[in-house]
Design a protein around this ligand. Sequence first.
Ligand code: GUN
Length: 296
Amino acid sequence: MAANIIDGKAFAAKVREQVKGHVDRLKEEHNITPGLAVVLVGEDPASQVYVRSKGKQTVEVGMNSYEHKMDADTSEADLLAVVEKLNNDPTVHGILVQLPLPKHLDEDLIINSISPAKDVDGFHISNVGLLGTGQKSMVPCTPLGCLMMLRDYHGSLSGMDAVVIGRSNIVGKPMAQLLLGDSCTVTIAHSRTKDLPDVVRRADIVVAAVGRPEMVPGDWIKEGATVIDVGINRIERDGKNKLVGDVDFASCAERAGAITPVPGGVGPMTIACLLANTVTACCRANNLAEPEGLTA
Ligand code: GUN
């Protein structure tokens, strides 16, 4: 069976279109322009690319984009002061501090200094707790994008067996919470899991988020399962640089019912969901009905 390809690039464009519609409405009917502030500390090249892309897409959907670039040797006190200023700025509805931070800065301390209502990454301990207890929260962007694609493809996920490979705070754990919220039976697998192939073979839904190139081979995949590949790994093959996921696409696509490609699967959904979270945060801040379909 040849798998259906889940086109994350096209889906992300649809989400951005929806976001833009809500932004237009907020401007016209309420005279409010949603604003997203991104804080970048240091010169990490990958982070610079992400931040540029976020800024560009924020402006494309009609929102205000604020960028705060700070030196690599910025002190914790100076960074906390910038976050505090953004927390108190009514034109800023979403705040994102780009990770990783330079080693001398305490990431947990900085993330937990962001106002939970403006925490569009969903990393603040309050949002983690709210998600874990099934309450309204800000939801981390990458797992939210995966959930949107799964709901779009399957309709209901109720009763499905889901295996999440990877237990990170950014993807694995929130992904598991979201799937549980949609009534899946969820297993979180990781590097110490006994007999990982057999665990994955039970799954109707496999979410791979380990950061190891092509580690899931096709013979781990149940016939007809849906495979969501969160991995973005740069490898060199045949003397060329190549982007591959955490699953071996060719062999997994032979057995899966549906699969996300890399690139063009989960990746584009992450920024689209960041924009969606910013609109959601803006609506909540102004006691307006929040957009349907853009959050969990
Ligand atoms: N660095 C890589 N991905 C992310 C993300 O989703 N949010 C933040 N804040 N930093 C990142």
